[in-house]
Design a protein around this ligand. Structure first.
Ligand code: GLU
Length: 496
């Protein structure tokens, strides 16, 4: 049986889902799963001026990619639907009407011009900003007349005077606001749509939300919501506001610094399980001296608690995300990584489009690269020489390894390799060893120039594995090119 814990992630489809939003969704999800409760996705799309057509699709895709699934929501349905606020407008109108009738709300006919003049006046005279409540005291008759004339208007909540509004935040503790600092909240707009505040409170009540877990930026709205609950005669849910996320330099997250969209991370080839784990640590930790950071989704569900969420700002450390991604990459099979990497290689034109991602050679390349890569994109640049013969060689390594003696060595090796019956790495290693032993040449003297010749650089995966993947033809042709390069360099050096 499900517990009575019901939480929701309630994004507004005004743009892409960024990491802050994803963290909010994730904490709600973990809390619901941990408590055996219900996780709900609700689309808050009543701000029609900021509505973006594709945003919902992107939100669903981002959450699904991260592995966050909802028990009730727009596509899956549920007993409390619709889960899209623009489909529930009648409900909000009915509730606004109810507040008008109970005397908790009033119609405000002030024009946008009047409100702007008021703002300017307040600014000029260094007065506190806010609505001056002119329409709050409008005689009932006058209000009825304006309404009958279809005068555009909004509906505002009558914020009680001289009250202290208190609520307990599970993460931040006891919070109090003086009602005098709260503006008469707009509930319904001239376009007939509710504001976020009204729709949010009506739905949290109607959907029997037990805990509201949301970002810190909503904390100032909460006392207003508490008053709304009070006006309706409803018990508010439990509130928990999650700490703000800062960029590594302590500033606000921006698109450049961490606030990229979830799908940007996907497109860069980050692994969802790594981002999931990383986001869980933005403000939450195991505590009790338990320093573990790498936790799977199941582990996180079994240990997550709101009590361990810190009220302190958390820092989005991109380097840590990379590190964590590296850990998860090493756990993945090469075939599953191939699904992510090979499209990049195809884009580069290195691999024909028709080649299946499970192609054995491609998977072998991934075997060789995955230990030293932190991100999928790392396996793009560093894979260049698997597909394209080097066009230049690392300068320092040239001076060290492309010495005159290397000409004969590489030529001998090329000869032996071209006749090799097996191009399997163990056989190649034996071939090198025999050759070295027969001439009394150290292994390194053979290996370094070979690596430089075939890859253009002095580092990389195991040489014999690399040769095996490249295959006889490529290896011999690259050795020939390198021999010519060294001959040329030697000749130039002697001339000068
Ligand atoms: N629609 C709000 C947002 O976009 C939801 C805030 C809340 O969770 O109450 O973040």
């Amino acid at each position: 049986m499900r517990s009575s814990i019901r939480v929701r992630f309630a994004p507004s489809p005004t743009g892409y889902l960024h990491v802050g939003g994803a963290r909010t969704a994730l904490f709600n999800y973990l809390f619901a799963k941990r408590m055996g409760g219900t996780f709900i996705l609700r689309i808050e799309d009543t701000d029609r001026s900021r509505y973006q057509e594709d945003a919902c699709k992107e939100i669903y895709e981002s959450l699904q990619w991260l592995g966050i699934t909802w028990d009730e929501g727009p596509d899956v349905g549920g007993a409390y639907g619709s889960y899209v606020q623009s489909e529930r407008v009648d409900l909000y109108r009915k509730h606004a009407q109810q507040l008008l009738e109970s005397g908790h709300a009033y119609r405000c006919f002030c024009t946008p011009q009047r409100l702007e003049e008021l703002r300017n006046y307040q600014e000029k005279n260094k007065l506190d900003p806010g609505y001056d409540k002119q329409c709050r005291n409008l005689p009932a008759q006058e209000s009825a007349r304006l309404l009958a004339e279809n005068t555009p208007h909004i509906i505002r909540l009558k914020i009680p005077q001289d009250r202290v509004v208190a609520f307990n935040d599970l993460i931040r503790g006891a919070i109090e606001y003086k009602s005098a600092v709260l503006d008469d909240l707009v509930l319904m707009k001239t376009d007939g749509f509710p504001t976020y505040h009204l729709a949010n409170v009506v739905d949290d009540h109607a959907m029997e939300i037990s805990h509201v877990l949301r970002g810190d930026e909503w904390i100032a709205s909460t006392p207003r919501h508490v008053l709304l609950y009070e006006a309706f005669g409803w018990t508010p849910p439990i509130f928990a506001h999650m700490p703000v996320i800062l960029s590594a330099d302590g500033g606000k997250l921006s698109k450049r610094k961490g606030a990229a969209s979830v799908l940007d991370y996907k497109n860069q080839g980050y692994l969802p399980e790594a981002l999931f784990n990383f986001l869980a640590l933005l403000g939450w930790s195991l505590g009790d001296g338990d320093e573990r950071e790498k936790l799977s989704q199941e582990e996180l569900i079994s240990v997550f608690s709101l009590g361990q969420v810190s009220p302190k700002a958390s820092v989005f450390d991109e380097k840590k995300l990379e590190w964590m991604n590296g850990l998860y990459m090493r756990e993945r099979t090469s075939i599953s990584l191939a699904e992510l990497v090979v499209p990049f290689w195809k884009q580069k034109g290195w691999v024909p489009n028709a080649t299946p991602v499970s192609d054995t050679t491609l998977v072998k390349v991934i075997d060789l690269l995955k230990e030293r890569s932190k991100k999928i994109v790392d396996m793009v640049e560093s894979a260049t020489y698997f597909f394209i013969a080097p066009v230049q060689y690392e300068e320092k390594a040239v001076r060290k390894y492309f010495v005159p003696d290397a000409i004969k060595i590489l030529a001998d090796l090329c000869e032996l390799l071209s006749k090799a019956e097996s191009f399997e790495h163990a056989a190649l290693e034996a071939l090198y060893k025999n050759y070295g032993d027969s001439l009394g040449i150290a292994f390194g003297v053979l290996i370094h120039p070979t690596r430089l010749a075939v890859s253009g650089v002095s580092f990389g995966p195991g040489l014999f594995e690399l040769l095996e993947v490249l295959g006889k033809e490529q290896v011999c042709s690259r050795l020939q090119t390198a021999i010519a390069f060294i001959q040329n360099a030697v000749a130039t050096r002697t001339e000068s």
